[in-house]
Design a protein. Structure first.
Length: 98
């Protein structure tokens, strides 16, 4: 199994609560659209500190090839280009096998 974790900081000046909720909704909807996606959760930060991020995605795949298929899937790419990238100032990710 492969876990894919991404954390984002949203752009300053945007309505972070509204933007985070929309991104969460759009990303979690991918569960019903991408067969390779075993599980997906998107969390909105509740601890506002100088070192915290605003949003986290935790997703699970059976194999690294499934993760690669997810990354290039048109539905995933659409959410990224329409909702995530325009609203994000920083992105970090970790992928690991378990």
């Amino acid at each position: 199994m492969v876990r894919h974790i991404v954390v984002w900081r949203l752009n300053e000046g945007c309505d972070k609560a509204k933007t985070a909720a929309l991104i969460k909704e759009k990303l979690e909807a991918l569960k019903d659209k991408i067969d390779e996606l075993v599980d997906i959760q998107v969390g909105i930060n509740i601890n506002d500190t100088i070192s915290s991020s605003d949003l986290v995605l935790v997703s699970t795949f059976k194999t690294m090839d499934d993760l690669k298929a997810y990354i290039i899937h048109p539905e995933h790419k659409a959410v990224g280009s329409e909702y995530v990238r325009p609203n994000v100032s920083e992105r970090r990710s970790v992928d690991y096998e378990f």
